[in-house]
Design a binder for this molecule. Structure first.
Ligand code: DAH
Length: 339
């Protein structure tokens, strides 16, 4: 009996299994009711009394070792299983944070949305433009200061090719290929040779508007801009138009809205005037219509142009223009809820 126990002890010490099925077979072989150890237990009563102590201890040792060994092997298989279940090989290696729309995109889309509902369609044009579309067709005199090196980026070796300084160039692009009625807005990026500071940048964004038809009047312009201002800044918003000058409009005006911080009372934001400027506008100069192939005796039109950064600053109180192009995610994430 002792020799049999000794043999099983050696076997059990070296037990291994390749898979859970093999392990189960071993458990049945050694530890089940009909297993080898139980069979020895059953024989135990036949052991002579003087050997009972020694054989009993050995038998217990065998049983404990077998249980321990099989439990250890089982644990190894269990861990392997869990590992496989937790490891999802289709997952991306890094957590993916959802991006947010850029504040300028949010505001540009809102501007587009408001004018779309008033029947305007979107027109597009190139950022690298020629002098004709940016200046000459827009009635800029040959010696107009805006053509100066100070403002305009020229493409080296091509004095006629420039980065557009305003989206008014798209007005010309639209007029030269279509006849009234024309009702478009032109969102886009523009460039100016300015020193970068909190209030100026070498590129920014504008939305241009153009409406040409028979009998278009300044009243139409004012009504559309009032509608825009109240949708953008709230139904209490007031507007005022101040006479101004642009080469491509006559008469020209600049539009202010009532300061939405103090409601027109006067505060540091509006420099105690109660008003903040938001855009330029006017009736399209007949010379511009003619230069672009539209009969100024039959048609009249209005135009307006606004800076998207300016509107965004007013709406979200961003004080430093440079924030828009620095891609600091702490700034960009602040607009998460506006998306
Ligand atoms: N192009 C002007 C600028 O860049 C903005 C502007 C003013 C556009 C009046 C217009 C307009 O269409 O009528 O400052």
């Amino acid at each position: 009996m002792l020799a049999k126990i000794e043999q099983l002890l050696q076997e059990v010490k070296g037990l291994t299994a390749q898979n859970p099925e093999e392990l189960e077979a071993l458990r049945i072989k050694y530890l089940s009711k009909k297993g080898a150890i139980n069979a020895l237990m059953a024989d135990f009563r036949n052991v002579p009394a003087e050997q009972k102590k020694e054989v009993g201890m050995k038998l217990n040792e065998l049983k404990n070792l077998a249980q321990e060994r099989i439990a250890t092997l089982k644990e190894a298989f269990d861990n392997q299983d869990n590992g496989a279940a937790e490891l999802d090989l289709t997952r991306t290696a890094y957590p993916v944070n959802l991006g947010t729309r850029h504040p300028l995109t949010i505001v540009r889309n809102e501007i587009i949305d408001i004018f779309s509902r008033m029947g305007f369609t979107i027109a597009d044009g190139p950022e690298v433009e020629d002098d004709w579309h940016v200046f000459s067709s827009m009635n800029f005199a040959e010696d107009h200061p805006a053509r100066d090196m100070q403002d305009t980026f020229f493409i080296e070796s091509h004095p006629d090719i420039i980065l557009r300084t305003h989206t008014s160039s798209v007005q010309s692009r639209v007029m030269e290929v279509s006849q009234p009625p024309i009702r478009v807005i032109c969102p886009g990026r523009v460039y100016r040779n300015e020193a970068i500071s909190y209030r100026a940048h070498c590129f920014f964004h504008q939305v241009e508007g153009l409406y040409i038809d028979k009998n278009v009047s300044f009243t139409d312009l004012k009504q559309v801009l009032l509608q825009f201002a109240q949708e953008m800044f709230g139904p209490e918003t007031k507007i005022r138009l101040r006479p101004s000058y642009f080469p491509f409009t006559e008469p020209s005006a600049e539009m202010d809205i009532s300061c939405d911080i103090c409601g027109g009372e006067g505060c540091p934001f509006c420099k105690y005037t109660g008003w903040v400027e938001i855009l330029g506008c006017g009736m399209v100069d007949p010379a511009v219509l003619e230069a672009n192939g539209i009969d100024s005796k039959v048609y009249t039109g209005y135009a307006f142009g606004m800076g998207v950064e300016r509107i965004t600053n007013l709406k979200y109180k961003v004080k430093d223009l440079r924030m828009f192009s620095e891609n600091d995610t702490r700034f960009l994430e602040e607009f998460e809820s506006a998306n």
